[in-house]
Design a protein around this ligand. Structure first.
Ligand code: ADP
Length: 442
């Protein structure tokens, strides 16, 4: 057991020395001299202890401090006690660090810890394999100096990590990595990289398969339809086959529109963004939409079209037309005759807004988030009956994503729905917008 600090003991020792020297001084009749000698002896003794401590702190290789006596015993023992505490704390920290590293090594993804300046603090083995980092040599290096891709440097600089970054590595047979960065602690961040090459390959295969099947189905369907029309022309008016042939004609028509929609969807999905230098004349598009809506309405609905002239945009005309037509035809198909369809294109603070509002059946809230999934229909029988394929809104969603826009749906069951999207200011044709778009695409 070590001596702990005691102020009382220190003072009592000092007084004992002074009392003894006073006594000796009185005995020999030289109080001052004896007390002076005692003080000098005490000072020398303290200096000796200080020099022992100094030597041990700076020169001595022993871990334990020297043995002290008197008032210095508490100091030496106190240092020893502190040392023990620190050693315990360090070993606890090392244990925790070891466990954290073991956990990070067990991750199925590459993990890199970065500081506020994006310098590497630590990385796991998968990061060394996947990202080509060398540990510990790369400790302290900036991550964008080692992963030299301009898009990745821009992603880091923009500091907006809500969406993951997809990195296609041209050096390793087009391997695709998905990189996510999550901030934590004081300016630190964790970079997680996942190899998604296989996922992307499968996605590509699926798209190709759907596009090929749709394409291959087109010819047999055309042949079937041709023969059906011929047979319908030849059939006796009262023949029982007439009804069956009508049904067959309806079903082949449905199949054909589904195949066409599937082809449109795979074409839009495949398109790598939109050439933002193409101008879209929205006045002309709104006129066409009005004509189409009137043709579909057959005077059964009130069609109200409002648009601001000269509110044109940059984008892909075919894709935008597809998106708008789907919304207009849905509004008519899901509204009972006698209802009102309002189609609008107007300026809003964030850009230009296209909206189709109907007074139709409306959609229950639980369906709204799923409407843009392929083949998702609130009422399949109803959709089938009015010629729906379940692909219209999926096409709209993809077309809009190429125009930096999203489909907004608001609806009340039994009262009607409003489908809208906003084309952002940077895609509007105007002197200011033009400059920024040209700057963006060049
Ligand atoms: P569909 O070809 O079946 O219309 P869509 O992808 O265009 O496929 O639409 C998906 C589903 O969304 C439709 O089946 C329908 O249930 C619902 N829907 C779309 N537009 C409207 C609307 N204006 N009013 C009510 N329901 C709608």
């Amino acid at each position: 057991m070590f001596d702990s600090y005691s102020g009382y003991r220190l003072l009592s020792r000092l007084f004992t020395v002074l009392a003894v020297s006073l006594l000796v001084g009185l005995l020999v009749g030289k109080v001052l001299w004896v007390m002076l000698l005692a003080c000098i002896a005490l000072l020398v003794w303290h200096y000796r202890q200080i020099s022992r401590l100094n030597f041990w702190l700076w020169r001595d290789r022993r871990l334990t401090p020297p043995n002290g006596s008197g008032s210095w015993e508490g100091i030496f023992n106190g240092i020893y006690r502190l040392q023990g505490k620190n050693r315990k704390r360090v070993s606890q920290l090392a244990f925790l660090l070891g466990r954290f590293r073991q956990g990070a090594e067990a991750l199925p993804d590459a993990a890199v810890v970065l500081d506020a300046e994006h310098n590497i603090i630590w990385c796991n083995k998968l990061a060394q394999l996947m990202l080509g980092l060398v540990w510990p040599q790369d400790n302290g290096q900036r991550i964008d100096n080692l992963l030299r891709y301009p898009d990745f440097s821009k992603y880091l600089k923009d500091n907006d990590y809500d969406e993951p970054f997809e990195l296609t590595d041209g050096h390793t047979d087009g391997r695709v990595l998905e990189i996510r960065i999550m901030g934590y602690g004081a300016g630190q961040s964790l970079l997680i990289a996942r190899d998604i090459t296989r996922v992307r390959q499968l996605e590509g295969m699926r798209k190709e398969f759907v596009a090929n099947v749709s394409h291959e189905l087109k010819t047999p369907l055309t042949v079937l339809q041709g023969y059906l029309e011929m047979m319908q022309g030849m059939a006796e008016p009262n023949s029982p086959n007439v009804k069956a042939m009508e049904q067959m004609q309806q079903q082949t028509n449905r199949m054909r529109s589904m195949v066409e929609q599937l082809l449109v969807l795979s074409r839009i999905e495949d398109a790598q963004g939109v050439n933002l230098e193409n101008k879209v004349n929205m006045t002309l598009m709104m006129e066409t939409l009005k004509e189409e809506a009137n043709a579909l309405s057959l005077d059964r609905y009130t069609i109200d079209v409002k648009f601001e002239a000269d509110l044109d945009i940059y984008g892909n005309e075919l894709q935008l037309r597809s998106a708008c037509t789907n919304l207009v035809s849905n509004a008519i198909r899901y509204t009972e005759p006698g209802g009102t369809i309002t189609i609008a294109w107007q300026r809003v603070p964030l850009g230009a807004k296209f909206s189709v509002t109907d007074t139709g059946e409306g959609i229950a809230p639980q369906h709204i988030n799923r409407l843009t999934e392929r083949f998702y229909r609130v009422d399949s029988a109803r959709s089938r009956q009015n010629g729906g394929t379940g692909l219209g809104l999926a096409i709209t969603k993809h077309a809009l994503s190429h125009h930096q826009s999203e489909l907004q749906i608001s609806s009340r069951l039994g009262e009607g729905s409003c489908f809208s999207f906003i084309i952002p200011n940077r895609l509007l044709i105007g002197e200011d917008a033009k400059d920024s778009v040209v700057g963006e695409t060049s």
